[in-house]
Design a protein around this ligand. Structure first.
Ligand SMILES: N[C@@H](CCC(=O)N[C@@H](CS)C(=O)NCC(=O)O)C(=O)O
Length: 349
């Protein structure tokens, strides 16, 4: 194995293993300054990676399953027929845990005083959606970043997806259900467009993974970001960065097929144009009219999860109106209500 196999892997993966041929400018921060003249660090590291092959193969298959699940998000095949969501198969997800509603706060004021803890992955679109909602309603929350491989932080829960929100010790699962429930408490007479709120989960979100893992370069860029923002041990970070990116590149191809997406960028642009048309942009600013409703906040949150990626830059060039809408939303969503402190120091790495 060792260097010969690694060098084969490198060429299969576009000559892009650390410290070998990858241009310094495109290196993840952690690798910068490592390549030139300091390969002495790389050899033991490569050896570490190579000698752990058996373990890595087993562990990686577990990790990749989790990562592919994270990308395939909802497993329900749906077809989008120009405005109507057709549910072709019942969900195989476990139902969200029943929350003893009486223990939940009864008003926005009470919610703002409640103990709210968000178990999440920083980069997950569903978690971004829920964070956007909590920010919008200014409900302070602490964040626990879950390790996607061990999920140790979710030991208390039988539901193993994120986000999970714990409000005054009551566990709430599933971003859409959580937002619906919080919205009923926060603004009992609030109206929001349920059809478009669902459309985001049923269709739009599925256009994102094929876009952020579109090319090998983009998949690596995405994993650089995920591993920098997420809760990983240093060894997991290394493993996930390279094996994960390669796997997701292929998984995203499968997802495209599954959701009948031919051109991922086109699907993203079309999704955004469909959204703008439904909003009535530029005559109407938001799905909720002059003020955003929960559907606007959800769309904003989901888009925010790709803000750092090339796909977002391409979107801004091709559908500039969407970025105007996005910027208009930014004005409406106040500064983050995230409480920083000890709870965020749960990172293993
Ligand atoms: N319908 C759920 C979907 C949540 C979901 O699929 N989350 C992914 C992360 S993006 C997840 O936790 N996947 C399982 C895993 O990582 O093991 C929601 O809206 O919250």
């Amino acid at each position: 194995m060792s260097l010969r196999v690694l060098s084969r892997l490198r060429s299969a993966w576009g000559g892009w293993l650390p410290g070998v041929t990858r241009p310094a400018a495109t290196m993840p921060r952690a690798w910068r300054g490592v390549s030139a003249g300091r390969t002495i660090w790389l050899r033991p590291m490569m050896f570490l990676v190579a000698s752990g092959t058996a373990f890595t193969a087993a562990a990686t298959s577990v990790s990749l399953r989790a990562l592919s699940e994270a990308a395939s998000v909802e497993q329900r095949p749906k077809s989008w027929t120009g405005g109507v969501v057709v549910d072709t198969e019942p969900s195989t997800d476990p139902p969200p845990a029943a929350a003893p509603v009486e223990r939940l706060p009864h008003s926005l004021a009470e919610l703002r005083r409640a103990e709210v803890v968000l178990y999440q992955y920083e980069t997950c679109p569903f978690c971004n959606k829920l964070r956007a909602y909590l920010d919008y309603r200014q409900i302070p929350y602490r964040v626990v970043e879950v390790n996607p491989l061990s999920k140790g932080e979710l030991k208390f829960s039988t539901y193993k997806k994120v986000p999970v929100l714990v409000v005054n010790a009551v566990q709430l699962n599933d971003s859409g259900e959580i937002i619906r429930q919080l919205e009923r408490i926060a603004v009992p007479d609030a109206r929001y467009n349920e059809q478009w709120f669902r459309w985001i989960d049923d269709w739009f979100v599925h256009t994102l993974p094929p876009n952020i893992y579109r090319t090998r370069q983009e998949a690596l860029q995405t994993f650089d970001y995920i591993t920098e923002e997420g809760n990983f041990t240093p060894f997991q970070r290394l493993r996930v960065r390279y094996f994960g990116a390669a796997a997701m590149y292929f998984v995203s191809r499968r997802l495209k097929k599954k959701y009948g997406i031919e051109d991922e960028r086109q699907a993203l642009y079309d999704g955004c144009r469909t959204w703008l048309q439904a909003v009535g942009w530029p005559h109407r600013r938001f799905m909720g009219g002059d003020r955003p409703d929960a559907a606007d906040v959800a769309m904003f949150g989901v888009l925010r999860s790709i803000e750092h990626f090339v796909a977002f830059e391409d979107l801004s060039r091709n559908v500039p109106d969407m970025i105007q809408w996005y910027e208009a939303m930014k004005q409406q969503v106040p500064a983050s209500a995230r409480v920083t402190g000890a709870s965020e120091m749960n990172r293993e790495g």
